[in-house]
Design a protein around this ligand. Structure first.
Ligand code: HEM
Ligand code: FES
Length: 779
């Protein structure tokens, strides 16, 4: 913003107002809120996402003089930083956030402390070279092999308390089980557990805390001892030729390729990984139980429907992750969210804040175990350094939840005050007191309950399992051939609010889903859709019309929003054709509430077949233009679109013909003026008979992946361990977009505009393919 300051004159940088406040290193005066921000104050310590709400809303990138860091709080900005680890180097990820006092420094020197690069703070190309050497231990098959041990450990711990009626779950098992699993995974002898836990605390405070000068010395003692201890264990392991575990993989690679897996790396990794693998998972589990148990109805839902456990664990990682902030350093001057960060600028990405960003997550502050994009959270980081152990952490959380929901469904959270180890990054309650009545334990009545386990596949939760069962409370014709359906929570609770443009996926009996836009009032506590009977369709709408009646249960996913309303424009033109009115009416309601100026053009075959006409006339009479064809009325797009207007946005939904005409008719409008929603994915689905195989080269990962004729590019990427988010998987939503560096693309999606396609620099990986034999992707 240095340049903006000069052009903005006396008012200065638009982000920063106060004149006599401190200056950021780019010359900007620091706003009062930025100057006051301190992550060691209690608001951040108690709830980091909430503590940064002001920043997400007003000043998404700011310089914190108290910390000496640039703080970034929005989802999109943080993801951009994670994606580019050359501009934003991870080298400071494990640096002491509070510089050591001279005394503490002396203590560390006495222990010969030499913690340096591991994986998480290593730059390219050394990092990928190492990471690739060490991937084998994380394949689904390799991880699957650890599940029985995790299960056994959790079960033993639970057996020990199940008849007791009250326990602090952190003390009883949440730290010890993940630590044991971590040591087992690494191949480190399971000794000195208590001592290792104390070491981990010292390491966290040393790296992410702000210990007082006296505490610093004590912390340094702990860290120094941890360093020594790691060295001794490593030496013992190096002397054992046939050990099993990830550390042994590293020791072996160190023998084979000492320039790739170096000696110092081995020692540093030994110390860092014990913490990375156990503390993160222990805290995440405690957070998850706290969040779920503090919402008894949600806990009860999970007990009744354990299939949702993977989704619930993921949502807890989003809502209340155990890693809440991560660091990068700018290797050159660079702009983030409109603010210039100088070369050498240290960056604190508050991932907990990103995970509560309403621009990416609907109702972000709500814990919604049905949220199907929870997996987009940044608690595991993102990009080439993304957590390698995420699937092990997920597995542990799921097994804990599965054992407890089955054996102690009557578990309750005790009233208590939670405390946290004061630091910027690792977060979870230090104790978690729960109680239950052992007389109610289901296994007293049926001993089989104790061992009736359910297993989940390794990896991210499967979208098809995230299904909400809702009751139809009304099913009545809205117009000729249009059925209006109202859905409510069977338990009578309010359903989450949604934003205009959102839709639901209604799951049909065969498992296929159809999208229907939400069209009722957004905060009514129930959800309304309207379904047009399409005789020539694939059968979904016929099923809805023939089967859906009041009292029936329907399975739905969502709400999801791929048709977001940009609320910043001055004027809007809304265009609906036929049943396309459903998202459009919700937008009209919203624009009216915002007091915006808009017109609504609504065309249909016949007035009798046009849904919501009465409601529209009542609520939007002035803005509304109706074009029933049977009355000879015709929507004249050519004159409507004749005069391009930079201050106007167009939103449209309707038949493909209408949308195509709009796209053509707005070619002379500013780019990005037209927003449309497609509901059918013609030509996007894989047709193995007519496809050809091709190869993709992943430039960042230096991997080559084969895409067979019967696989989508997305499937092939995932199988090779690359996480690409997705949602619709039929070319409608844009969430699986990947940048293309080279190669000709066969576009099959409905998201990109003609101009974007012609650019040949991005594709939707769920459906699009290579025209030729090869593509090079920026992944
Ligand atoms: C990296 C979080 C569990 C091993 C990371 C990063 C985060 C993280 C935030 C940095 C990502 C980035 O820079 O983009 C978590 C959380 C966990 C968890 C929240 C549990 C809930 C584990 C486990 C293991 C593990 C169980 C071990 C087996 C690693 C490794 C890296 C890493 C090796 C470095 C990867 C690289 O830089 O290439 N983790 N972690 N983590 N994590 Fe985890
Ligand atoms: Fe929706 Fe690919 S996942 S476009």
């Amino acid at each position: 913003s240095a340049t903006q300051r000069t052009t903005n004159g006396a008012g200065g940088c638009p982000f920063h107002a106060a004149a006599e406040s401190p200056m950021a290193p780019n010359g900007c005066p620091v706003s009062a809120q930025a100057a006051a921000f301190d992550p060691f104050d209690s608001p951040y310590q108690l709830d980091p996402a909430e503590a940064l709400r002001w920043s997400r809303e007003q000043e998404p990138v700011f310089y914190s003089p108290r910390l000496g860091y640039w703080v970034v709080s929005r989802y999109a900005d943080i993801k951009t930083i994670f994606r580019d680890n050359l501009t934003f180097s991870p080298s400071i990820a494990l640096e002491k956030i509070t510089p050591a006092s001279r005394k503490a420094q002396a203590v560390l020197e006495r222990y010969d402390y030499g913690m340096n690069r591991t994986l998480v703070n290593e730059d390219e190309p050394a990092h990928m070279a190492r990471r690739r050497e060490l991937l084998e231990a994380f394949t689904p098959e390799a991880l699957e092999a650890h599940a029985p041990m995790v299960r056994r450990l959790v079960r033993e711990k639970l057996d020990a308390i199940v008849e007791r009626g009250r326990a602090d779950l952190v003390a009883e098992m949440f730290w010890e089980v993940p630590l044991t699993v971590a040591l087992h995974f690494l191949g480190v002898p399971e000794e000195d557990m208590e001592q290792l836990r104390r070491f981990s605390v010292a390491h966290t405070l040393n790296t992410w805390g702000r210990p007082s000068p006296e505490q610093q010395v004590e912390v340094a003692e702990g860290v120094g001892k941890f360093w020594q201890y790691s060295g001794q264990v490593l030496k013992k392991m190096q002397e054992q030729p046939h050990g099993h575990g990830w550390m042994y993989d590293m020791i072996e690679k160190n023998r084979q390729k000492p320039d790739v897996v170096t000696d110092n790396y081995l020692h540093s990794m030994m110390m860092a990984i014990i913490v990375a693998a156990h503390e993160t998972t222990a805290l995440a589990t405690a957070n998850a139980f706290r969040q779920l148990l503090s919402r008894p109805a949600v806990w009860a839902e999970l007990c009744a429907n354990p299939e949702l456990i993977p989704a619930a664990a993921e949502e807890c990682l989003r809502h209340s992750g155990s890693v809440v902030a991560w660091r990068r350093i700018a290797t050159r001057e660079v702009e983030v969210g409109g603010v210039t960060i100088p070369e050498g600028g240290k960056i604190l990405m508050v991932t907990a804040s990103a995970n509560h960003d309403p621009a990416h997550f609907e109702n972000p502050d709500e814990l919604d175990i049905y949220r199907d994009n929870a997996v987009d959270h940044l608690t595991f980081g993102y990009g080439s350094h993304q957590c390698m152990g995420k699937n092990l952490g997920r597995m542990e959380m799921r097994i804990f939840l599965e054992e407890f929901t089955r054996r102690l469904p009557h578990l309750e959270l005790e009233e208590q005050e939670f405390t946290f180890l004061p630091n910027t990054s690792f977060r979870g309650p230090e104790a978690l007191w729960v109680r239950w009545d052992p007389a109610q334990n289901p296994e007293r009545r049926d001993p089989a309950v104790r061992s009736a386990q359910r297993d989940f596949p390794v990896g991210a939760p499967e979208a098809r399992t995230i299904v909400r069962r809702l009751r139809v409370t009304r099913a009545e014709p809205e117009a000729e051939g249009v059925l209006g359906v109202t859905l409510a929570d069977p338990a009578g609770r309010d359903l989450p609010a949604w934003t205009s443009g959102s839709h639901l996926d209604v799951v049909l009996p065969g498992g296929e889903a159809r999208k229907y836009s939400l069209c009722g009032p957004p905060t009514s506590g129930d959800w309304q859709i309207a379904v047009l009977r399409e005789e020539a369709g694939r059968g979904g709408s016929r099923w809805v019309h023939d089967t859906v009646r009041e009292g029936l249960e329907l399975c739905v996913r969502g709400p999801k929003n791929h048709f977001r309303l940009d609320e910043t424009a001055e004027r809007y033109v809304l265009i609906a054709g036929g049943i396309g009115i459903t998202p459009i009416i919700a937008m009209a309601d919203r624009l009216k509430r915002l007091g915006k100026s808009f017109e609504l053009h609504y065309a249909g075959r016949a007035r009798a077949s046009m849904a919501f006409v009465e409601r529209l006339e009542r609520d939007h009479g002035e803005a509304l233009r109706l074009y029933p064809k049977d009355e000879g009325a015709r929507l004249d797009l050519a004159s409507l679109l004749a005069e391009p207007d930079a201050g106007t946005l167009l939103y449209a939904c309707g038949p493909e013909r209408l949308l195509a005409a709009l796209e053509a008719g707005t070619a002379h409008w500013p780019q990005g003026s037209l927003h449309v929603e497609h509901f059918t994915a013609v030509g996007a689905l894989l047709d193995p008979q007519n496809e050809h195989a091709f190869e993709v080269e992943l430039a960042d990962s230096e991997l080559v992946v084969e895409v067979a004729a019967d696989r989508t590019l997305l499937q092939a990427l995932r199988a090779s361990g690359v996480d690409v988010p997705s949602d619709c998987e039929e070319g409608l939503c844009g969430s699986c977009q990947v940048e293309v560096i080279e190669g000709e693309i066969d576009h099959r999606d409905k998201v990109l505009t003609a101009a974007e396609r012609a650019g040949q620099d991005r594709l939707m990986s769920c459906c699009s393919r290579a025209k030729g034999k090869k593509l090079v992707l920026a992944l």
